[in-house]
Design a protein around this ligand. Structure first.
Ligand code: F6R
Ligand code: MG
Ligand code: MG
Length: 365
């Protein structure tokens, strides 16, 4: 069965501040998608949250970039924004950058990850959702999952994965893309994806079959809007088992609470903490950044699940390390590398301060 899995998300208002989603808003979104399922536009859906981000997980047969599906998501965000405004949630409608829907939500603020595929005999899917960080956060985990034999032993000992994976990388500043083959081109690949605020892994493909293995949302809200409007708070869909990395290989990269950009005012670096969905409540210095993982088996497009994959105790050490790293980074206060470099911060007072001090700078000789 040919099926499309779409994950479309937006921050349409936070509760309290930017730390969490309001349950009434989630219930409203559920209502909207239940109607779409009843109308047979959706095969199935699941509404969830990561921190202050509302996540719409939808299966359907309309293909990627479907106007109907994107309009459904957009209208759901609008209805939820209405409610968020009534509740006076913080930043109601913050990710909806346009007043009118024009056929596709890409570039309008919401984050989108979609993939279309033939559902396998057993179709294992992990959906990663992160808050208080940006799309580049997936670069290191995706590299480990699909190119690093120290993470994914299947690359070494499973015949159906031994030919490796291809990485589609997007240059989000120049709007260009390029594909690298792993393992042969990993040194070239790493030159780019090691700079995750500029080059982001958009998709990964199984080289032998050309099958889609993973896809991420790569939009950068700050670049779309030309000024700070919120975090990208990205999502990523990964297919697992069989010709793809096993569930344990897909989750393993997150035992490292890698340093990502985001956190307070989108202007810091901090550890990405893997947590259960209820624990995605970034409260300490508006963080530290969180990642959750919802696991599903698909059955004729029905979403069997979710299993809350990071609720597992085996991620306790990663959480402890993340808290220790958070203490260490926080001790730097307003200094780099905790604070992002001047040109990368999402809030800045530099132009105003420069203007005020214009007459006080004197040349050194
Ligand atoms: C938002 C975020 C927060 C806010 C901060 C200030 O995703 O990460 O750290 O940037 O709470 O928010 P405002 O400007 O809305 O008062
Ligand atoms: Mg918010
Ligand atoms: Mg958010």
């Amino acid at each position: 069965m040919r099926i499309t899995l779409s994950v479309i998300k937006a921050d349409i208002g936070g509760y309290v501040g930017h730390s969490e989603s309001h349950p009434d808003v989630l219930a409203k979104a559920d209502e909207c998608l239940a109607q779409a399922k009843k109308d047979k536009l959706l095969v199935d859906y699941h509404v969830t949250k990561c921190g202050d981000d509302l996540q719409l997980i939808m299966t359907h047969q309309q293909g990627e970039d479907s106007e109907k599906i994107h309009k459904l998501a957009w209208d759901t965000f609008i209805d939820c924004t209405e409610l968020a405004k009534q509740l006076k949630l913080h930043g109601a409608g913050q990710d909806l950058l346009s007043d009118a829907f024009s056929g596709n939500v890409r570039g309008m603020g919401p984050g989108v990850a979609e993939m279309e595929f033939d559902e396998r005999g057993a179709e294992t899917i992990i959906i990663f959702m992160a808050d208080k960080t940006s799309s580049g956060a997936w670069n290191l985990p995706l590299y480990k999952m699909f190119a690093d034999p120290f993470n994914t032993i299947g690359l070494v000992i499973a015949e159906n994965m031994h030919q490796g994976f291809a990485f589609e990388v997007h240059d989000v500043k120049e709007h260009k893309k390029i594909t690298f083959n792993a393992p042969e081109e990993i040194y070239d690949l790493l030159v780019f994806i090691g700079a995750p605020s500029h080059y982001m892994v958009k998709a990964v493909y199984h080289r032998e079959t050309g099958e889609i293995a993973a896809t991420s949302s790569t939009q950068r809200l700050a670049l779309i809007a030309g000024q700070y409007v919120g975090k990208d708070d990205p999502v990523c869909i990964v297919r697992s088992q069989g010709t793809f990395p096993a569930v344990g290989e897909v989750l393993e990269p997150f035992t490292l609470p890698l340093l990502v950009e985001g956190w307070m005012r989108g202007s810091h670096h901090g550890p990405l903490m893997p947590v259960s969905i209820p624990d995605s409540t970034p409260t300490r210095f508006d963080g530290p950044p969180r990642v959750v993982a919802a696991g599903f088996q698909l059955s004729g497009g029905m979403l069997v699940g979710p299993r809350d994959m990071f609720a597992d105790k085996s991620f306790d050490n990663a959480r402890q390390q993340a808290n220790d790293a958070a203490d260490f980074m926080r001790a730097h206060g307003p200094f780099e590398p905790h604070r992002k470099p001047l040109e990368e911060m999402e809030y800045t007072t530099m132009p105003a301060v420069m203007k005020k001090l214009a007459g006080r700078f004197v040349d050194l000789d």
